[in-house]
Design a protein around this ligand. Structure first.
Ligand code: FMN
Length: 356
């Protein structure tokens, strides 16, 4: 058997293989409620053989949405709308996952489907954003710095969202601490200028993430708990891969099981060096230094490349985003290309299975 098609069990949750769907915002919700689009979008990847399907950044509160069109899980109507989508993923053999998110100072932005950029004004359905400090992301409105009560409310929102996600049937919960959103804003010294117990030292900047990790763990004891990190701000004086390894270790001690390693998104002046597999080195570093299981993501687009990431010991699983959009049956195709003998080609599609 290939490495890519070897099952992986995390906190009692077994994925049938190690080729997973990364969270991808669809900007297509109504009042935070996922729609028929989300159902077909996510179910197709499970039909296509994915091991885990992680639903997009899902807001834990209304003010935590990236755009007014983001999905949420801050109320029961949203959770009830997620349930049949979760069931569609599960009955097709994939593990259903959800990314729990708060966009912080990068909230209340226009969806990419319209011309406008920057912050959506209140008159158009926008809202005042919150952040560790009153420091704007370049081109966006200045956020309000969270006070102690506001921080406690964010922790409570993540825990309540985790409970609803489990009720809806999700088996993987991923805390979004990457891409310049609220938890990353707390981690990075470029966006966190606080002088209280949530700012300054690494320990202080990590405090909110660790509180949330513990609260989500308590709220969802049986779920596999992932954290997505940006391993670098790609900017001078920013958050880096060594910080990520240290905080990943702490997060594991607070109940996280698995780490999804991405990068960037904190500042507009970042200088990302993009190339095939460009974030794999970060994943490998964190896996080695923190001694935790990780997934690699970012321009991993074919079966041989994904297999090599695992065989080289750089990661325990591979996530992909855009390749699944190009081919929702990426895993079925990859199994054929690698000669992996899987028993989950949908019966309806078996006539398309390449012969050995
Ligand atoms: C349409 C789209 C939406 C995305 N939305 C999210 C998201 O909701 N949460 C997140 O952490 N990353 C998001 N990303 C980043 C992907 O999860 C992934 O890390 C990135 O696309 C790199 O992987 P790829 O080269 O395989 O696409 C998104 C990417 C795309 C293309």
């Amino acid at each position: 058997m290939t490495a890519l098609f070897t099952p992986l069990t995390i906190h009692g949750v077994t994925a049938r293989n190690r080729l997973w769907v990364a969270p991808m915002c669809q900007y297509s919700a109504v009042d935070g409620v996922p729609q028929e689009w989300h159902h077909t979008h996510l179910a197709q990847f499970a039909s296509g053989g994915a091991g885990v399907v992680v639903a997009e950044a899902t807001a834990v509160s209304a003010e935590g949405r990236i755009s007014p069109e983001d999905v949420g899980i801050w109320n029961d109507a949203q959770a009830e709308a997620w349930a049949p989508i979760v069931e569609a993923i599960r009955t097709r053999g994939a593990v259903p996952g959800i990314q729990l998110a708060h966009a912080g100072r990068k909230a209340s932005t226009w969806s990419p489907f319209v011309e406008q950029r920057g912050t959506v004004p209140a008159a158009d359905g926008g809202w005042t954003t919150v952040a560790p400090s009153a420091v704007a992301f370049e081109g966006f409105d200045e956020p309000r710095a969270l006070d102690a009560a506001g921080i406690d409310a964010v922790v409570a929102d993540f825990a309540a969202a985790a409970r609803r996600a489990v009720t809806a049937g999700f088996e993987v919960l991923e805390i979004h601490a990457a891409h310049g959103y609220l938890l990353h804003q707390f981690l990075s010294p470029l966006s966190n200028l606080r002088d209280d117990e949530y700012g300054g030292s690494l320990e202080n900047r990590a405090r909110l993430l660790l509180r949330i990790t513990g609260a989500v763990r308590d709220a969802a004891p049986d779920a596999a708990l992932f954290v997505r990190f940006s391993a670098s701000d790609w900017a001078d004086g920013g958050w880096n891969v060594d910080d990520t390894a240290v905080v990943a270790r702490w997060a594991a001690e607070h109940g996280a099981d698995f780490f999804d390693i991405s990068s960037g998104g904190l500042v507009a002046h970042q200088k990302i060096e993009v190339a095939p597999g460009y974030q794999v080195g970060f994943a490998a570093h964190i896996r080695r230094e923190a001694g935790v299981p990780v997934s690699a993501v970012g321009l991993i687009t074919d079966a041989d490349q994904a297999e090599r990431v695992l065989v080289d010991g750089d990661a325990d699983a591979v996530m992909a985003g855009r390749e699944w959009l190009r081919d929702p049956h990426f895993a079925l195709r990859a199994s054929a290309e690698l000669g992996a003998d899987i028993d989950y080609w949908p019966a309806q599609y078996v006539r398309a299975r390449p012969r050995a």
